[in-house]
Write a protein that binds this ligand. Structure first.
Ligand SMILES: Nc1ncnc2c1ncn2[C@@H]1O[C@H](COP(=O)(O)OP(=O)(O)OP(=O)(O)O)[C@@H](O)[C@H]1O
Ligand SMILES: [Mg+2]
Length: 185
């Protein structure tokens, strides 16, 4: 498949489905022979952002760093997928502006009740008990995107359905393009 550089920027609460969908879309790109890089918040915090905490300032710094790397790669034609909570609208919009064309914000939504039930990492239980401070959605803010290109409602959709929706957007907008049959002949 032919492709352009783009940045698929996932945002949403912990356990909403950012990593799950980032990996599904990355796999689909891989199967289609498209180069790609995933910048997952959990991984980035062990290297590029090692030592940063969860104050507003540190969270913003983390997002700016991810945005910087995404810009470098995507402007050179490499599709980038980021999966960090990115709770603050202002810094997300700053990254959007820096990256420019090809920035695709994906808001991965789930009700707080659902997330507490899923509790994928066991963090909500601890946050609700007060054992973890400044936990996004429980004791720290999450500012919803107002103009996300794609909104995923994980209370209503399964993960494969959500991944398909994102893939269809990439195809419709021409970020990935099937090679003409002739080229394969
Ligand atoms: N439509 C959906 N899309 C993605 N995940 C879904 C969907 N429906 C249910 N899920 C489930 O929600 C969970 C999402 O977990 P995941 O680790 O991807 O969250 P996350 O947003 O990366 O969280 P964190 O910010 O803590 O890393 C998984 O268990 C996944 O199976
Ligand atoms: Mg994750």
């Amino acid at each position: 498949m032919a492709h352009k550089g783009f940045t698929l920027w996932f945002t949403g609460l912990s356990g909403a489905g950012k990593t799950t969908l980032a990996d599904l879309v990355a796999d689909k790109l891989a199967q289609s022979g498209v180069p790609r890089e995933v910048l997952d918040g959990d991984v980035v915090r062990t290297n590029l952002s090692k030592g940063l905490g969860f104050s507003k300032e540190d969270r913003d710094t983390n997002i700016r760093r991810i945005g910087f790397v995404a810009k470098l790669l995507s402007r050179n034609g490499i599709p980038v997928i980021t999966a960090a909570i990115s709770p603050y609208r202002e810094v997300r919009d700053e990254v959007r502006k820096n990256i420019g064309k090809g920035f695709i914000e994906v808001y991965v939504k789930a009700k707080l009740d659902t997330l507490v039930k899923r509790d994928v990492k066991g963090l909500y239980e601890k946050a609700i008990k007060g054992e973890i401070k400044a936990f996004t959605g429980v004791s720290d803010p999450y500012e919803e995107p107002l103009n996300a290109e794609i909104v995923i409602d994980t209370d209503a959709e399964g993960e494969l359905q959500s991944a398909d929706k994102i893939w269809n957007y990439l195809v419709e907008k021409g970020f990935v393009v099937a090679e003409p049959a002739l080229a394969r002949a």
